[in-house]
Design a protein around this ligand. Structure first.
Ligand SMILES: Cc1cc2nc3c(=O)[nH]c(=O)nc-3n(C[C@H](O)[C@H](O)[C@H](O)COP(=O)(O)OP(=O)(O)OC[C@H]3O[C@@H](n4cnc5c(N)ncnc54)[C@H](O)[C@@H]3O)c2cc1C
Length: 469
């Protein structure tokens, strides 16, 4: 059995199969957002037809939609997600750039802790700065132009089973006033219905094991607003900004601030506070909060307002544990936020969905018995979820414990001390910034940061900086 680090690496590098055997007549994907679309791309190689069931109107012109209430907030596509997307949906980066999105390379990115930029890591990673509705629209245009992929405008309402296999999806067409259920026969089903997915209820009602729901209470408050990005301020050269603030920095309740140069010559600017900190509920508050931050936030909010402040509150991170369930139907998997949705400030959601799609590709390309529950898929997916959870929930738990003064076991205390050493050294040392970026960009497993040589180096550079100060 490969280690999680090695498996993670394989998943990050996976591309479309050269010669894919078709396993299914009809594969059905529940939910037509990012995770559902990426699942459909993988399934288009393995099924005669792929039907995406999605209740929302899916406009040709990008715009907010009901089923994705977070879509007006800053959404950065990390390098892992960007690489996956370009590999499986070639040409999408160019389409995004043609529509005005920014491909943010090392020279255009500013990442800083308490106003001090991370050391240049010498790598050539790229993020995509784009409005979430446009990104989803472009992905959807590519995926639904695949001849065997179609969208059915309906709300999935349940599953049917035969001999412990999923055999059909029940759905209600949202245009029908009587709401009668209809049935679509399917020989493989993907739940991509987001964090409010009803799959657990359906499984429980049918007498199957229900995945354990793990919750981490970590209330966050987002506020985003859009501003004109005149050509003159484009001289800034920077097109993606991410600034983190520790509690001792005078950021007046803002823990993270970001700005992305998105389509339409706009800056999409985001402020985030934990707990009771709600930065910027009005434009006046938003601008005055930005004025307390490093200078660049005054610059990116200087232009005319394009869209008022939009807030978003999330009370908790969640994950559902599908691995190891003994009574579970075959031909059914779950992906994306339906499985795990984290503190969004780590920007992992869409890249996680891409890596879940890699898990699906690996599972369908293996010799797994498709008439049995997809344990091999869920075990692989757990590697991805564990990695993302370690970063976001690990960071949030450490912060919450520090705030409450909670006693923690010695091994956890040491791990956190080591992580703090690494984080502090990212602004001082290129090698450490590189190792850290690979992990936060979801290109490497977080366990790669637990390297004793890396820690020793971090301690040395931090100590040298302390002496110099
Ligand atoms: C404030 C905020 C900021 C974020 N920022 C980032 C970021 O910077 N970078 C990043 O990578 N991620 C970010 N994310 C996470 C990102 O939004 C999600 O991870 C991403 O959208 C993938 O989600 P998904 O496709 O699994 O589910 P969703 O996007 O939630 O979509 C679920 C879909 O299922 C459909 N659906 C629901 N019920 C049914 C049903 N019964 N039948 C059929 N369809 C149904 C919905 O209409 C919707 O289309 C952020 C999230 C939040 C909340």
């Amino acid at each position: 059995m490969n280690s999680p680090v090695a498996l993670f690496q394989e998943l990050v590098q996976a591309g479309p199969p050269a010669d894919a055997a078709v396993h299914f007549d009809t594969a059905c994907v529940l939910g037509g957002s990012i995770a559902g679309l990426l699942a459909a791309r993988v399934l288009s190689d393995r099924a005669r037809r792929v039907v995406i069931i999605e209740p929302d109107d899916l406009p040709v012109d990008p715009g907010p939609r009901t089923g994705v209430p977070q879509d007006r907030q800053v959404h950065t596509l990390l390098p892992a997600g960007h690489q996956w997307l370009e590999r499986w949906v070639p040409g999408i980066t160019k389409d995004a750039q043609d529509r005005g999105a920014s491909l943010v390379g090392p020279d255009q990115a500013l990442t800083a802790v308490n106003g001090v930029p991370l050391a240049a890591d010498g790598e050539d990673h790229h993020l995509l700065a784009i409005g979430r509705p446009l990104l989803e629209t472009l992905i959807r245009q590519h995926i639904t132009s695949i001849p065997n992929v179609s969208v059915l405008k309906a709300r999935a309402s349940g599953l049917q089973y035969r001999d412990d296999e999923v055999s059909a999806v029940r759905y209600v067409t949202t245009t029908r006033a009587d709401g009668d259920e209809q049935v679509l026969q399917a020989d493989f089903v993907v739940d991509a219905m987001g964090r409010s997915s009803r799959l657990s209820h359906w499984l429980g009602d049918a007498g199957y094991d229900v995945p354990r729901l793990e919750r981490l209470e970590a209330p966050i408050n987002y506020a985003s607003a859009r501003f004109d990005r005149p050509e003159t301020t484009a001289e800034l050269k920077i097109s993606g900004v991410l600034e983190l603030f520790t509690p001792d920095y005078p950021s007046h309740g803002v823990s993270v601030a970001a700005a992305n140069a998105i389509e339409g010559q706009q800056w999409l600017v985001m402020l985030m506070g934990y707990g009771d900190n709600r930065p910027g509920r009005t434009m006046e508050e938003f601008r005055s909060a930005c004025a307390q931050l490093p200078e660049i936030f005054a610059e990116v909010t200087a232009g005319a307002v394009r869209g008022g402040v939009v807030t978003y509150h999330q009370a908790e991170s969640r994950r559902r544990h599908f691995s190891g369930l003994s009574r579970f139907p075959a031909r059914l998997v779950s992906m994306g936020d339906a499985v795990a949705s984290f503190n969004p400030v780590y920007g992992q959601g869409m890249s996680s969905a891409a890596l879940h799609a890699s898990c699906l590709a690996a599972y369908l390309g293996s010799d797994a018995d498709l008439d049995q529950a997809a344990h091999a898929f869920f075990d692989l997916q757990q590697v991805v979820v564990d990695a993302a959870w370690a970063i976001s929930a690990g960071g949030d738990t450490a912060r919450l414990d520090a705030e409450s003064g909670a006693q923690v076991p010695e091994d956890i205390r040491q791990q956190r001390w080591a992580m703090n050493q690494i984080t502090a050294a990212t602004v001082l040392d290129a090698d450490i910034a590189r190792a850290f970026n690979y992990v936060t960009f979801m290109l490497r497993h977080p366990a790669t940061l637990a390297d004793p040589d890396l820690l020793a180096r971090a301690v040395t550079v931090n100590e040298a900086a302390r002496v110099t100060r």
